[in-house]
Design a protein around this ligand. Sequence first.
Ligand SMILES: NC(=O)C1=CN([C@@H]2O[C@H](COP(=O)(O)OP(=O)(O)OC[C@H]3O[C@@H](n4cnc5c(N)ncnc54)[C@H](OP(=O)(O)O)[C@@H]3O)[C@@H](O)[C@H]2O)C=CC1
Ligand SMILES: O=C(O)[C@@H]1CCC=N1
Length: 252
Amino acid sequence: MSRSVTFIGNGKMALALAKGLSTTHSIEVIGRTTEAVERFEASLGVAITKTLYQNADINNKNIIICVKPANLSEIAPLLKGKAEALYSVLAGTTLESLKSVDAHHYCRAMPNLAAETGASMTSLVGDTAIKTFALELFGTIGSVLWLSNEKELDIATALAGSGPAYLALIAEALCDGAVREGLKRDDAMTLMRGLFDGFGRLIQTTHPALLKDNVMSPGGTTAAGYGALEKGKVREGCMEAIRCAHERAKKL
Ligand SMILES: NC(=O)C1=CN([C@@H]2O[C@H](COP(=O)(O)OP(=O)(O)OC[C@H]3O[C@@H](n4cnc5c(N)ncnc54)[C@H](OP(=O)(O)O)[C@@H]3O)[C@@H](O)[C@H]2O)C=CC1
Ligand SMILES: O=C(O)[C@@H]1CCC=N1
């Protein structure tokens, strides 16, 4: 395996990305404690190079930084050498502030948790010199979209980075509703998973409004349920979710 990537941080996003990349890349993880990087390796199920910050050498490496935005200033001075490229998944953290870590090229990426199944939707922005490489690297773990500027990336964070949590709320609520009507929990979960799987495919080729029109029969069940969603201001709630998440990204 000739290609390699170094993760800084051993949390959920690093693990999701490593799961998606570990079949094509050798993995190094830089973390704070031996226990944490060993746990990471066990969860990944693939041998990795385990490094602590005091031994961290990023020289000429492709780095994916996966700590919390607030941790950047603390870890930057610990990283010795000049990275070939620094990819950051840190929400709301500007390309300018990434320069506290020395690298030839900088790129912000906003993947989502589906990276672990090779199905992330990842937005990217940064140094165009590494655009092709960046699209290929993150293309390994799903779909990719190169955006024009960092404002767009912050909005993309609100939509596709945070999005799995919003859809999880919908998924859980739909199951709760079915259980309230008397369906067994396991059956409700099976139906919800099948629903999301089929919907995920349909929405690739069908506009959401047309999809809805095709499901809704005059005076039927869908119209009754859809009316309840509108009454509950789900549409407005979704738009507000994107606004609030975008505002938050700007403040991180
Ligand atoms: N979760 C998601 O779905 C997504 C997350 N992101 C971004 O990914 C990044 C990581 O998030 P996520 O993986 O969810 O978070 P986790 O809490 O799972 O991981 C946080 C990581 O930061 C490390 N860390 C915490 N405090 C410090 C510190 N003081 N100094 C150095 N390292 C520290 C943790 O190390 P330790 O184990 O030692 O505590 C851990 O490796 C964030 O910047 C987030 O914006 C982007 C897209 C999606
Ligand atoms: O909640 C967050 O801040 C991170 C960024 C996108 C998803 N999780």
